[in-house]
Design a protein around this ligand. Structure first.
Ligand code: 5GP
Length: 180
């Protein structure tokens, strides 16, 4: 697996610094509340598990499993819900937790979908942001790290279901895609 990596874009320490900051921001902004964190499977799992431990408030966790149509490196924004939330979110303070926002299509779709369920508030939190690729302007309340227009893997992010367990966020060698 290590042979497939071209370089580390964001190292584990920088990731943890960003996660701690996001946890502090959420702790500050949700005083007296109990945020309902919705992790988007599978990519956000690693980030979410670190993020909840950086939030000093009672939190509830839930998950949505989605798949977006398109090639493995390009989303179309047409999202299929494979597994929905476990409970009604009406009146809750919901935070959608994503691994990465690229074109913005997936998060915009998810926001619309959850908005109609009438949460008391609906915020977005992403570890990584690729603003140069945005097709749809979607408001991001909490952003960890801005990255350039590169396809990345690691810390939950995959290519063909591999590399999610890398502790750093990495760029793969071109030959990995050439062999696909
Ligand atoms: P968007 O709809 O914003 O274009 O893309 C969001 C989804 O596409 C992310 O949740 C992620 O699953 C996938 N994605 C976008 N950029 C990357 C990337 O650089 N690496 C990986 N592994 N997935 C990405």
């Amino acid at each position: 697996m290590m042979d497939d990596i071209d370089r580390v874009l964001v190292g584990a320490e920088e990731i943890q610094t960003a996660v701690r900051r996001l946890g502090q921001e959420i702790t500050r902004d949700y005083q007296g509340k109990e945020p309902y964190l919705v992790g988007i499977l599978k990519g956000a799992v690693v980030f979410l598990s670190d993020l909840v431990r950086a939030i000093e408030l009672p939190v509830a966790l839930d998950f949505m499993a989605i798949s977006s149509y398109g090639t493995s490196r390009q989303s179309t924004g047409i999202v299929k819900i494979n597994s929905d939330l476990g409970q009604n979110i009406q009146g809750m303070d919901v935070i959608i937790v994503e691994d990465i926002v690229d074109t913005g299509l997936t998060l915009a779709y998810l926001k619309d979908l959850l908005h109609v369920r009438e949460p008391r508030s609906l915020a977005t939190c992403t570890l990584l942001n690729k603003p140069s690729r945005r097709k749809l302007e979607v408001h991001l309340d909490y952003v960890g790290i801005e990255i350039p227009n590169e396809f990345v893997v690691g810390y939950g992010l995959d290519y063909g279901e591999k590399y999610r367990n890398l502790p750093d966020i990495c760029v793969l060698r071109e030959r990995v895609y050439a062999n696909a």
